[in-house]
Design a protein around this ligand. Structure first.
Ligand SMILES: NC(=O)c1ccc[n+]([C@@H]2O[C@H](COP(=O)([O-])OP(=O)(O)OC[C@H]3O[C@@H](n4cnc5c(N)ncnc54)[C@H](OP(=O)(O)O)[C@@H]3O)[C@@H](O)[C@H]2O)c1
Length: 255
């Protein structure tokens, strides 16, 4: 089987879904040549699990990337480029995110701004800085068809951002989280529109309700199952999935 992509970058990869994405990518029978596992504090205690994994797989490159810091995002680009040796970056997965259960009564301005900073502003500026490398990857591929092996941006969103399903969810209003993920959804549609001419696929994926620090132990799905399923969906994406809002099984979610 052909590799999913020659090179993949994952944000927020020191724990949860991001760490499991890196683990399963590295353990594929035909793994990517380069896995850029980024996180905001790789040298701190929270980076240990990722370093342990990287020690076993020489294709994992651990790179500092705090999505809220412009200087950190900018510094990550040459760090990635130095491994690519003139080639482009095929797949960028904007996974880093923060949750909040704030209600109207408890929500604070700073919490709203902070969720938007991580969940919306972060991915926009990560894409803005990495798009030259994604364009380079798209140009290297002779085919017209969009795919994750050519050039793609996957933004990890949530079903909780579905406005049509807004009343079906019983976690309380979660103003910062839900509003920021709705904004991420629109950002992704805008990116899909703008990147179409470059042949770069842009798709939203909801990973399911998953047992991580964010999803808590109450979640019905293990992180292994969620990521296994997402990694089956990614190779199936094509031009018809650009701008789509999908779940971990590739099913379309209502906006
Ligand atoms: N788990 C679920 O049930 C669920 C459901 C729907 C959607 N999602 C989405 O899936 C993604 C991953 O969630 P998860 O469950 O794996 O969450 P998690 O276990 O809480 O992990 C979040 C990751 O994001 C990183 N992060 C947070 N702020 C960051 C920043 N400013 N810069 C760089 N990295 C940052 C964290 O790094 P630190 O360790 O440094 O904090 C951590 O690596 C998120 O986008 C989330 O919204 C999750």
């Amino acid at each position: 089987m052909a590799p999913l992509a020659r090179s993949v970058l994952v944000t927020g990869s020191n724990r949860g879904i991001g760490l499991e994405l890196v683990r399963q990518l590295a353990e594929m029978t035909d793994p990517p040549e380069h896995i850029f596992a980024t996180c905001r504090n790789p040298e701190g205690p929270k980076g240990k699990a990722l370093h342990d994994l990287a020690d076993k797989h020489p294709n994992i490159h651990v790179i500092q990337l705090e999505v809220e810091s412009q200087s950190s995002v900018e510094s990550a680009v040459p760090a990635v480029e130095s491994h690519l040796k003139g080639k482009g970056l095929n797949l960028l997965i904007n996974n880093a995110g923060v949750n909040s259960y704030a209600t109207l009564q408890t929500v604070e301005r700073q919490e709203m701004l902070s969720a938007f900073n991580t969940n919306v502003v972060g991915p926009i500026f990560v894409v803005k800085e990495f798009v030259p490398l994604l364009r380079r990857a798209a140009n290297e591929m002779g085919t017209e068809e969009m795919s994750c092996s050519k050039a793609a941006i996957i933004n990890v969103t949530s079903k909780l951002a579905s406005i049509e399903r807004g009343f079906e969810v019983f976690h309380g209003p979660m103003y910062p989280y839900r509003a920021s993920k709705v904004a991420l959804n629109m950002v992704t549609v805008c990116l899909a529109m703008e990147m179409k001419a470059d042949g770069i696929l842009c798709t939203l994926i909801h990973p399911g309700w998953v047992k991580t620090d964010m999803g808590t132990d109450q979640a019905p799905m293990t992180v292994q199952d969620s990521v296994q399923s997402i990694l089956k969906v990614l190779p199936t994406l094509s031009s018809s999935s650009t701008g789509a809002f999908l779940d971990w099984e590739g099913k379309r979610l209502p906006w």
